[in-house]
Design a protein around this ligand. Structure first.
Ligand code: SF4
Length: 387
């Protein structure tokens, strides 16, 4: 298999690695957000799989359980679940990250599991919405509870040594993703935003031993300049806002000669943050939970952390400099309140105070009116070229 075949894992829910895993009677646990302690699932010998809406075509089934005013990304995932496309999951873990995702727990508990011959194991994590010492200790308690529930419900032993080993594997995975991120921000980037998203999606759909092997091969591939040449770049863009798991959306943004060199999306670059976003001073290096708390809580770039806005702004400004950004595309899924509020603040600060040009887009998960979007992007690029 060539290095770039790994990118194709983003176009299917069932990739070759997952299929083999299931054939070997091993378990898969689904999750929605970056704030889920995948490391504990991995240490328990299971495959943590980030749920996405890949290839969903409509909301016909999901419309019976979610309203017109719900996030269309979550609704698309529900549609796929109701079409039985996620029948490979043995369990799912959900947190109070946003109300739409939170709702999926109730839907599973009161509807899907009740009507199913094979109900899946359900786990819930309650996570804080502020950065502070209490929040850190709260997350630690939740991790312990989650580990106990996982062991009890699925009859699996998880020892501390396994968690330490998994932490090393995950740290290595983040380092590898960061190396690939560096190829994006070169004066002549070696990969575009579409391919980076595909890599990120594939990375969240396999066990990390497998992912690390594939990422190492990809790094060699880019080092040896084997990728397609990216020439005549009209503008270097940063993409911010709601979750994106569909590379076709970024393809539209890059269609006119722009390139997305940085994105800070939860499905993409947030995985490889270089420096801690927020840090707890009384760090206990012996505690196997601490690196996990740092990743899912201290490095949580999501606007659900209410007192984290200035930290997020600092990181955006730092990435603008590092990646030599010409303009920002802020996008929001309809009814995504978290990114709705955050985007408004970013627009005001970055455009009015920092002078960085911004294009703001509201969208649905299913790509409908792409012609209008293309026209808006083209007009934005012309504006960037004039400035
Ligand atoms: S895009 Fe917004 S509303 Fe949808 S799941 Fe993410 S945070 Fe929640």
């Amino acid at each position: 298999m060539s290095a770039t075949n790994f990118l194709d894992f983003s176009s299917l829910l069932r990739n070759a690695h997952l299929t083999e895993w299931i054939q070997n009677h091993k378990k898969v646990i689904g999750f929605y957000c970056s704030s889920i302690p995948e490391e504990i699932i991995h240490a328990a010998g299971m495959l943590p799989y980030r749920i996405r809406a890949t290839n969903n075509l409509n909301y016909n089934l999901a419309d019976s359980l979610l309203s017109q005013f719900n996030c269309s990304y979550v609704k698309s995932t529900l549609n796929l679940i109701m079409e039985d496309k996620y029948n490979f999951l043995n369990g799912i873990v959900i947190a109070n990250t946003c109300d739409h995702v939170r709702r999926m727990y109730d839907i599973y508990k009161h509807k899907l599991n009740k009507n199913s011959q094979n109900p899946i194991a359900l786990f819930f994590l309650s996570l804080p919405h502020l950065f502070d010492e209490n929040g850190w200790l709260w997350v630690r308690e939740e991790l312990k509870l989650f580990q106990e529930q996982l062991s009890r419900n699925l009859n699996i032993e998880i020892d501390e040594r396994k968690i330490q080993e998994t932490n090393h594997l995950y740290k290595r995975n983040q380092e590898l993703i960061r190396k690939i991120m560096e190829f994006r921000i070169l004066p002549e980037p070696k990969l575009n935003g579409v391919d980076f998203l595909k890599i990120s999606i594939a990375n969240s759909s396999v066990r990390k031993e497998y992912a690390n092997e594939k990422l190492e091969q990809l790094i060699m591939y880019y080092q040896q300049d084997e990728g397609p040449k990216i020439e005549n770049v009209r503008a270097r863009l940063m993409l911010l806002g709601s979750s994106i798991d569909n590379p076709a959306f970024i393809q539209i943004l890059e269609h006119h000669g722009a390139i997305v060199v940085s994105d800070l999306l939860c499905t993409s670059e947030r995985w490889g943050l270089k420096d801690p976003l927020w840090h707890y001073d009384n760090w206990n290096s012996e505690d196997p939970y601490y690196p996990i708390i740092q990743r899912i809580y201290g490095d949580c770039f999501c606007p659900r952390i209410m007192n984290g806005h200035s930290l997020r702004m600092n990181l955006i400004k730092q990435r603008i400099k590092e990646a030599k950004i010409d303009g920002i595309i802020l996008q929001r899924l309809e009814f995504c309140d978290l990114h709705g509020c955050e985007n408004m603040l970013i627009q005001q600060e970055m455009e009015e105070i920092n002078g960085t040009p911004i294009l703001s887009i509201d969208r649905e998960y299913l790509l409908g009116d792409t012609g209008r979007l293309r026209t808006r992007v083209e007009a934005f690029l012309e504006r960037l070229e004039r400035s």
